[in-house]
Design a protein around this ligand. Structure first.
Ligand code: PLP
Length: 401
């Protein structure tokens, strides 16, 4: 029998149900000038990452007898990395599962907790990649406002009282992406109380937590003490996104489920990367905080420079404040008559790229489209001054002033 026809390739419903990636690859990312200043992604400054120390740690790890770092290892992650994280989080080591970064932790949470079609309450505006991750479970979303003090717990409580039954809630509690708000202690406790009372899981996504500028971070113990919270973290903003290394603090009863899921996927995160980072963190116990101390000072200085430069180059045009931490400015256009999309296009022509606020809403009821998200962490201060000058020129194309 001759096989002359070709059967069409099958694509499962899960894959065909994926919508086009939002934001990345959109108009703001095309046709940029060669000398464009990019304030797009929340990436750390390479100069602030401990590259030499990582090289030394790698050499020590590879010199160990039998080179265990090149072998298979446990699904949950390896010692001493897990112990180091558990001590920092203040939880038993059994509750720490090492991941391939924050987004992986979110995907694992989604697949462990949600049924297809479940309702999930989400930040509004929201970190859009979480919505992309939710497509894994074809979830419905319930947008909850985020303001200067993070998630609006009263609005959430109102929906719950009115009969909404979310299976989970997603929020970024510290230095929110994109709005920069931080959820105060009382609101954290109330969120956990609501989760326990109504029976939903909180995905507390916390990649910027360590990047506070003064006074230390808000406590996360209320999250780590609840069996209704999955607390997601990553070394992306502190040691570098290329490591693809993070962790989740999970309720004790969920740990075996995540391990079971993972043992049907990638088995475990790279033993080598875990061993290197574990060696880095334990060989010199002060190194992480010293590295972060430097980073916090630099990022804060850059935020202050950018706020001052915006006011100098476009007086009164932006309502911009220096955030308490993180890597983003979230200035609001003060003139509601301005076309924010046109501003982004004119800014691109002037040689500055940023994320438009309209990229972030998860539903109506937010003024996100009147904002710009400016990522300054990786940009030296002289370039931030130039970026603000370019933005000022773009603005004047509309105002004519
Ligand atoms: C709010 C938020 N969650 C998760 C992530 C993803 O982190 P990772 O690169 O470790 O996957 C980011 C990265 O920008 C983020 O801003």
């Amino acid at each position: 029998m001759s096989l002359t026809t070709t059967a069409p390739a099958r694509r499962p419903a899960l894959i065909t149900g994926f919508t086009a990636p939002k934001g990345f690859g959109d108009a703001t990312l095309r046709d940029r000038r060669a000398d464009a200043i990019e304030l797009l992604g929340g990436i750390p400054d390479p100069q602030l990452l401990p590259a030499l120390e990582l090289a030394d740690a790698t050499a020590r790890v590879l010199a160990r007898p039998g080179v265990p770092a090149l072998q298979y290892s446990r699904t949950e992650g390896i010692s001493p990395l897990r112990e180091w994280i558990a001590a920092r989080e203040g939880v038993p080591v059994e509750r720490i599962i090492i991941t391939n970064g924050g987004f992986h932790g979110l995907s694992l949470g989604i697949q462990t907790v949600l049924e297809r079609g479940d309702l999930v309450a989400v930040d509004n505006p929201v970190f859009p990649l979480f919505l992309r991750g939710l497509e894994l479970s074809a979830a419905q979303i319930l947008p909850i406002r985020v303001g200067a003090d993070g998630l609006d717990i009263d609005q959430l409580a109102g929906h719950l009282r009115a009969g909404a039954h979310p299976a989970a809630l997603y929020t970024v509690p510290d230095f929110h992406n994109p709005t920069q708000g931080t959820l105060p202690a009382g609101a954290r406790a109330e969120l956990v109380r609501l989760a326990e009372h109504y029976g939903f899981t909180v995905f507390a996504d916390n990649p910027y937590r360590e990047l506070w500028y003064q006074g230390g971070p808000e406590s996360t113990s209320v999250f780590n003490e609840s069996d209704r919270v999955i607390h997601i973290n990553t070394f992306t903003k502190t040691l570098g996104p290329g490591l693809r290394l993070g962790w989740v603090v999970v309720p004790a009863q969920l740990a075996p489920d995540i391990v079971a899921l993972r043992s049907r996927q990638d088995s475990h995160s790279s033993t080598l990367v875990q061993a290197i980072v574990g060696e880095l963190l334990t060989h010199d116990p002060g190194l992480f905080d010293t590295t972060l101390g430097r980073a916090r000072r630099v990022y804060r200085g850059r935020a202050e420079t950018l706020v001052a430069a915006l006011e100098r180059e476009a007086p009164g045009a932006f309502d911009a404040t220096v955030p308490d931490g993180g890597l983003f400015l979230w200035p609001r256009l003060t003139d509601d008559a301005l076309d924010a999309d046109r501003l982004a296009a004119d800014a691109s022509a002037e040689g500055i790229e940023y994320q438009r606020g309209s990229f972030f809403p998860s539903g109506p009821g937010t003024d996100a489209a009147r904002h710009l998200r400016l990522a300054y962490g990786h940009v030296p201060e002289a370039q931030l001054d130039e970026a603000a000058a370019r933005l000022g020129r773009a603005l004047r194309k509309q105002t004519g002033l």
